[in-house]
Design a protein around this ligand. Structure first.
Ligand code: UDP
Ligand code: MG
Length: 318
């Protein structure tokens, strides 16, 4: 199969009929074989009833999956990726903000130009300022942090080579960092394409202001996992060694200062335990030991985890 469209939908009943009709209009003449996978992410409106009705109308193109409850966009994408049979996978938001007219061009960039990931760039974004401004800041920080020169990390419209989409491990709210995860998985041909963006026609956004706070926390998590996920001791032990060294340095200084004063003046001006530095040294050393313990616990967890042997094999000659 040439193409799989993966569409997460949470309370998007009004948008889906229009979206599917639009996709069929664009894709039927261009793609002899393709599928549309819609994941109902535990909607509480009539999204599933709508999908059942649409399924009768759009079979065999439309495949629909329903979650038992709302697991989030990352979970929906993950399940869609695992089900997808196409050689190219394109994701779209279900709310008609992303245009199906972009599909052929995105497909060509993957199938003909050989990119691993093409990320849509909502250059002229049709959202309120309360969303576009924080989003600019967010994207600048992520760009600096990851070194990937994209303008719009979190856009819902993206195209992947199937192998790439299936290789990344999406859960929680990790969908915001897909380009980073793709790069960390070893796929380096990442680019972006300017896409048209429409204002939301029906329903309302599923993400509030908290998305920015959570987003930054997730950035810390993701970059920790990418760098130290398989070697937690290097992170915690590294900091631990540093802390203990500082502790030792402080204590050595205090003791040698005391010995020096005793030797020269026969008495000390202040006892070691009367000096703030002593308590700082003590605290730093204890923190250092705790960091070590965190490192050991991390290594023990990793040892139990099947993740430790999650390697992505690209090709094999035999
Ligand atoms: N979505 C989802 N599960 C959720 C939240 C959102 O599947 O828990 C879907 C939603 O239905 C839409 C896409 O993710 O298709 C993007 O959501 P939204 O349009 O609310 O985000 P925004 O455009 O405001 O960034
Ligand atoms: Mg939207």
């Amino acid at each position: 199969m040439q193409l799989s469209l993966v569409i997460p939908a949470y309370n998007e009943a009004e948008s889906l009929p229009e979206l599917l009709a639009w996709i069929r209009r664009v894709c039927d003449p261009r793609f002899p074989s393709y599928e549309i996978i819609v994941i109902d992410d535990g909607s509480t409106d009539s999204t599933w009833a709508t999908l059942e009705a649409l399924h009768a109308q759009h079979a065999p193109y439309l495949k629909a999956i329903r979650f038992a409850r709302n697991y989030g966009k990352s979970a929906a994408l993950h399940v869609g990726f695992q089900k997808a049979q196409g050689e190219v996978i394109i994701t779209l938001d279900a709310d008609l903000q992303d245009s199906p007219d972009e599909i052929p061009a995105l497909y060509a960039l993957i199938a003909e130009k050989g990119y691993d990931l093409v990320s849509g760039w909502k250059k002229h974004r049709k959202d309120p300022l309360s969303k576009t401004l924080p989003s600019r800041i967010f994207n600048t920080v992520v760009r600096l942090f990851t070194g990937i020169p994209l303008h719009d990390f979190n856009s819902g419209i993206k195209a992947y080579r199937a192998e790439v989409a299936k290789a990344i491990d999406l859960y929680g709210e990790m969908h915001r960092y897909i380009p980073y995860l793709v790069q960390a998985a070893g796929f380096r041909r990442i680019t972006e394409k300017v896409v048209t963006h429409y204002p939301r026609k029906y329903g309302h956004t599923k993400f509030g202001w908290e998305r920015f706070l959570y987003g930054f926390l997730d950035l810390v998590t993701v970059s920790f996992l990418v760098r130290f996920g398989r070697r937690p001791m290097h992170f915690f032990g590294g900091l631990g060694v540093l802390a203990i060294l500082v502790g030792i340095l402080i204590v050595t200084w205090l003791i040698s200062d005391k010995l020096y004063q005793l030797h020269h003046y026969g008495q000390v001006r202040r006892e070691v335990v009367e000096q703030p530095l002593f308590y700082i040294g003590l605290m730093v050393a204890i923190i250092g030991v705790q960091l070590f313990l965190a490192g050991f616990l991390g290594e023990l967890l990793l040892r139990q985890s099947p993740q430790k042997h999650h390697y992505i094999l690209r090709t094999e000659l035999s």
